[in-house]
Write a new protein. Structure first.
Length: 301
């Protein structure tokens, strides 16, 4: 064959020889790891419901030590709708006859935490495709079939080949990787060349999203003077993070009904994982070709 060797970027588009192209091969592989897009998570989702585990009316200001208290919880299985369970009439005293108003402060324990929290992976076409793969070769070889003529040599076991000018070389070839070349095709030793597509195992690990962290539930706690929850006198936001205490103004007032409404999930954050490059690209040894060449003719005689 007449074989052109040179920088891979300059490899000719076609053979100038009548026989046409036989091989287009390469050497000097550069194949960095896959370029993976960073993994991203969609916004966390979760569900909030329920009521404070304990509601307590205190016969003292918030934080008072030793002050009597009364439970003000809802009924068993309370869903937060209006209820007058544990209603306290105006002027109630703790203890009775002490002259100390029972209703001076009210404490709400934390709401139940969010449930069914999750984060889904944000879709990425590049991640699904396994990342962007870069494959470059240092050297290219374009091997062109050339004419062989048995009539000019006078012997049946000999072939005449045309003279090949630089930058082409006159070469013989053999499939596989070989360490020695036959004479007179041993000018520079064997050149082992490979198909452009290497043996490929580069890809990106699957993206993952950890469990949401820091998600919170909020709700609105409402207090009413009457038992049917029509005369609201106090409203406060309660959360699943901490218990809270509020003063009752004026002290000793009636506390008839209560409700918990407007549950809101405050999104947590999720830690991403995956999207890391793994695997490698190596020369395709199974389809390697070894060329053995003679020295090029620089000028035509």
């Amino acid at each position: 064959m007449a074989v052109w060797f040179g920088p891979a970027a300059d490899i000719p588009k076609e053979c100038s020889f009548v026989g046409g192209e036989q091989f287009r091969l390469y050497a000097g592989l550069t194949a960095p790891p896959a370029q993976c897009d960073p993994c991203e998570c969609q916004e966390a989702t979760g569900q909030c419901s329920g009521v404070p585990g304990n509601i307590t009316i205190g016969a003292g200001m918030c934080g008072a030590v030793g002050a009597p208290s009364l439970p003000f919880d809802g009924p068993g299985g309370w869903d937060g709708s209006c209820t007058d369970t544990s209603a306290l009439p105006a002027g109630a005293q703790c203890p009775p006859g002490s002259g100390v108003p029972c209703a001076q402060s009210i404490t709400f324990s934390a709401l139940p935490p969010p449930v069914n929290e999750k984060c889904e992976v944000k879709p990425s076409d590049i991640i699904k495709a396994g990342g962007t793969l870069i494959t470059e070769w240092e050297t290219g070889a374009l091997a062109c079939r050339s004419s062989l003529d048995t009539s000019l040599c006078g012997a049946g076991d000999q072939l005449c080949v045309p003279k090949v000018l630089y930058p082409h070389r006159q070469c013989v070839w053999r499939e596989g990787k070989h360490a020695k070349c036959p004479k007179p095709y041993d000018y520079e030793g064997p050149r082992i060349m490979y198909p452009f597509q290497p043996k490929e195992s580069r890809e990106c690990t699957e993206c993952t999203c950890g469990a949401p962290q820091g998600g919170t539930c909020l709700a609105t706690m409402r207090l009413f003077e009457d038992e049917v929850c029509s005369a609201e006198f106090h409203k406060r936001i309660v959360s699943s993070e901490v218990s809270v205490c509020d003063p009752i103004i004026p002290a000793g007032r009636a506390i008839g009904g209560k409700s918990v409404t407007d549950h809101v999930y405050i999104k947590g954050t999720c830690e991403t994982g995956g999207g890391e490059p793994i695997g490698e690209a190596v020369e395709d040894d199974e389809n390697a070709v070894t060329f053995c060449c003679r020295q090029s003719y620089i000028f035509d005689e």
